[in-house]
Design a protein around this ligand. Structure first.
Ligand SMILES: Cc1cc2nc3c(=O)[nH]c(=O)nc-3n(C[C@H](O)[C@H](O)[C@H](O)COP(=O)(O)OP(=O)(O)OC[C@H]3O[C@@H](n4cnc5c(N)ncnc54)[C@H](O)[C@@H]3O)c2cc1C
Length: 319
């Protein structure tokens, strides 16, 4: 078992930092930014929720490894991407939230249709870099507003493709400050799920597309995806993407609709009129409003449709 309480991966170690005595988080020396009681609401799509006990934005990989190696193992660690699939509860997040910013957002084209991406790179940057290099098969990432780290954890997907189809491997920093390379096959991917341990941070990933394609055709497909999303999803709202997983053989939005929940609200939280599987914050909704509305939808769908919807949005932190 590793520190995250999960079975160890059969992986190649690719780096790590030596253990040093924890001096208390406030006294820890970092080169990036480390702030106590740091607001997270501005950093997530729902624009709600409480602060992180600590928010760490590492300067680079070494900074992250050194910090985690010195951090007491009892302190919880959570990665944050663009917060596009998250409800941060109103009481805030215990421990350390790690946000990979610019130092982790590079995207580089390698040989044979392989693209190496930082864990903080956005889906748009990955898909447009692939397009410019004539690499097809990654267009679907154009429409998913998140980072590579979030995609790898959530097995993000759209339009019939998902990360499991294109991921070769990823480099992951574990909570003890060790760094391992995990092949895609070891992540046991299923629909919007991987077995990445809690607290593990994806710092980079290699994706494979199809080389030698026409950039204009790839661009046209990306435009089609962007347009289709604009038509069907509340992209300009404060939201968290698909709220519930599609149950086998059905669509979550159809069940929410059938249970009469489209437009239902709780405080300033509302089931989107545009897409019934999206919750939106129409003003100053608290995370309790948003999560409470989601639970009410689950209750009504279960009562009227006999299906228990499973949350796709991750809900984290103290109520
Ligand atoms: C308008 C809209 C449309 C969307 N459409 C889709 C869609 O079509 N398909 C789809 O799959 N999703 C969709 N989503 C949801 C969301 O974009 C994806 O789940 C995305 O993968 C989340 O990425 P993120 O970086 O923002 O992660 P966050 O929302 O910040 O975090 C989500 C989870 O990933 C973890 N995480 C984040 N970064 C890392 C990292 N570096 N290492 C390890 N774990 C990490 C977090 O701890 C958390 O558990 C949509 C969301 C919105 C708002």
């Amino acid at each position: 078992m590793n520190q995250a309480g999960e079975t160890d991966f059969d992986t190649d170690a690719v780096g790590g930092a030596g253990k040093s005595a924890p001096a208390g988080i406030a006294g820890m020396k970092v080169r990036g930014k480390l702030n106590a009681d740091a607001p997270l609401d501005k950093l997530v799509w729902f624009k709600s929720g409480g602060p992180a006990d600590w928010l760490f934005e590492p300067a680079d990989l070494d900074d992250l490894l050194t910090f985690l190696a010195a951090l007491p193992q009892t302190v919880p660690v959570m990665a944050l991407g663009l917060g596009s699939n998250l409800i941060i509860r109103d009481g805030g997040v215990p421990g350390v939230v790690v946000r990979l910013g610019k130092p982790f957002s590079s995207v580089e084209v390698q040989r044979d249709g392989v693209i190496e991406c930082g864990g903080g790179a956005s889906g748009i940057l990955v898909s447009s870099t692939a397009r410019d290099a004539g690499i097809g098969g990654l267009e679907f990432l154009r429409g998913i507003p998140g980072t590579v780290g979030g995609f790898v954890r959530m097995n993000g997907g759209a339009y019939g493709r998902e990360v499991a189809d294109v991921l070769i491997d990823c480099v992951v920093v574990l909570q003890d400050g060790s760094c391992v390379n995990i092949p895609a096959a070891d992540l046991d991917y299923s629909y919007r799920h991987s077995r990445l341990p809690d607290g593990a941070i994806v710092v980079s990933a290699r994706l494979r597309g199809t080389p030698g394609m026409d950039p204009a055709a790839i661009g046209a497909e990306m435009d089609r995806i962007a347009h289709a999303r604009e038509e069907t999803q509340p992209l300009r709202s404060k939201t968290g993407g698909s709220t519930f997983k599609n149950p086998p053989g059905d669509k979550a939005w159809r069940l929410v609709d059938a249970a009469g929940c489209r437009g239902l609200s709780m405080g300033d939280a509302q089931v989107s009129e545009k897409h019934a599987n999206f919750l939106i914050n129409t003003g100053h909704a608290t995370s309790a409003d948003i999560e409470g509305l989601g639970e009410e939808v689950r209750r009504r769908v279960s009562e009227s449709e006999g299906v228990t919807l499973e949350w796709e949005i991750k809900r984290v932190g103290r109520p």
